[in-house]
Design a protein around this ligand. Structure first.
Ligand code: SF4
Ligand code: SF4
Length: 402
């Protein structure tokens, strides 16, 4: 422990002698008591700040070097900046079994989970993050699908003469638009409120936020998943100290698949309300082409991520959160598989059955979006924006080159 004390003392001594010439200092906010997981991040970052071996790996380390103390907001920011690539764990000379027991990805993952819960809206539903596991996800999807199947069966149209893919003969358009539209608005509002509170804690107005080019840079980093390249371009660590770019690729399949499905629904909505073109649309129409491409991406991406999640080194991240990861992956996969099946068999007597199952799964996915793994994309994007802004501020420590 004496080594640890010396490392931390060295970091403080280094910092005491720098930065004083620069008048633009990020203000120190009143210290709030830290939770155990925040304390652990703060402890580890004090060691990393003295060591700095991993400075080139990702955005966390350059952001860390701008700080001497790690308060609540700093741990929340840095935890969400971490992409859990595992590189700094495999590179670390102070990782377990060393007595310093430095495990950055695990400590960061635990604080990340806490931030999702702390900033959830409404706050009472924050506890759902801890419960949105695989079993709950499957039970919710199964329960909602079964409910809708029963509704259709009771109306006497479960198996029917082919309807040329006319979904609205089973569930009226206004009913679907009303129910899913209301849930969608709730998701946007709930995530927006959480994000607002997170951003306010990260970036008090007093710090100033020059946005010159920062938003564009953050958007690029999000769209490219820049920090899943391990800092050297060879990718993340998964099962061991070998690098792989597959986690980044499967994330891209998932993200762009999701966005294409969203684009498909948006185009179909414009067709309906602006052009007066009613579904079903031809297989060669834009909404169907976008939805098919998105659905295929949402099969490949989640399957790959699930495969990697099952094989991942347990020292990476927080294994207690894996049920949440798998629950989200399973719902994405079920959404795409049931959606593609519905498209393939939409002109058969099984359309109503497939439609009921697909809508049940989509509703389960929607309901869990604000209280499950989906949140990581929102909070990480905000942290990347904060990083891009912070880079444009003078560095009070004058130690890193950014
Ligand atoms: S993770 Fe380990 S090697 Fe990397 S900066 Fe921190 S203490 Fe140093
Ligand atoms: S796990 Fe990867 S992203 Fe997270 S701090 Fe370490 S190097 Fe950075």
């Amino acid at each position: 422990m004496q080594q640890l004390t010396e490392l931390v003392a060295r970091a403080r001594a280094d910092a005491d002698g720098v930065g004083t010439a620069n008048p633009r200092v990020i203000p120190i906010r009143p210290a709030l008591p830290l939770t155990a997981s925040e304390e652990e991040v703060a402890r580890i970052l004090q060691i990393c700040n003295a060591c700095r071996y991993c400075e080139g790996f990702c955005a966390v380390f350059p952001a860390m070097t701008r700080r001497l103390e790690f308060g609540k907001a700093d741990t929340h920011y840095l935890a969400n900046l971490c992409h859990n690539c595992g590189a700094c764990l495999h590179a670390c000379q102070y990782a377990p079994p060393h007595e310093f027991a430095v495990n950055v990805p695990r400590a960061m993952a635990q604080v990340r989970m806490q931030t999702y819960q702390d900033y959830a809206w409404p706050p009472a539903l924050g506890a759902l993050y801890g419960r949105a596991g695989l079993t709950v996800a499957l039970a919710l999807a199964g329960g909602l699908a079964l409910f809708l199947v029963l509704v259709v069966a009771l109306s006497g149209s479960l198996l029917h003469a082919p309807l040329a893919g006319n979904f609205y003969a089973i569930f009226p358009h206004n009913f679907l638009a009303g129910v899913f539209g209301a849930v969608f608005l709730f998701i946007v509002f709930a995530l927006g409120m959480g994000l607002r509170r997170f951003w306010r804690e990260l970036s008090p107005a007093s710090e100033g936020q020059p946005a010159n080019g920062a938003a564009a840079e953050a958007t690029r980093d999000v769209l490219r998943l820049k920090y899943l390249d391990g800092g050297h371009g060879e990718g993340c660590n998964e099962e061991d100290d070998r690098f792989t770019l597959w986690r980044r690729r499967f994330h891209h399949f998932t993200f762009y698949g999701f966005m294409l499905c969203f684009a498909s629904t948006s185009v179909a909505t414009l067709y309906h309300y602006l052009l007066g073109l009613q579904a079903p649309y031809a297989l060669t129409s834009l909404p169907v082409l976008l939805g098919t491409a998105g659905g295929i991406g949402l099969v490949i991406g989640p399957l790959g991520l699930l495969w990697m999640n099952l094989r991942r080194d347990p020292a990476h991240g927080d294994t207690a959160q894996r049920p949440m990861d798998r629950g989200f992956i399973a719902l994405l996969l079920l959404t795409s598989v049931t959606g593609l099946a519905l498209l393939a068999w939409r002109d058969t007597r099984f359309m109503a059955l497939l439609l009921a199952v697909h809508l049940g799964v989509v509703m389960a996915l929607f309901l869990t979006l604000p209280y499950g793994k989906f949140a990581h994309g929102i909070f990480r994007s905000a942290a990347l924006l904060k990083f891009a802004i912070e880079k444009r501020l003078p560095n009070r420590m004058q130690l890193d080159a950014d």
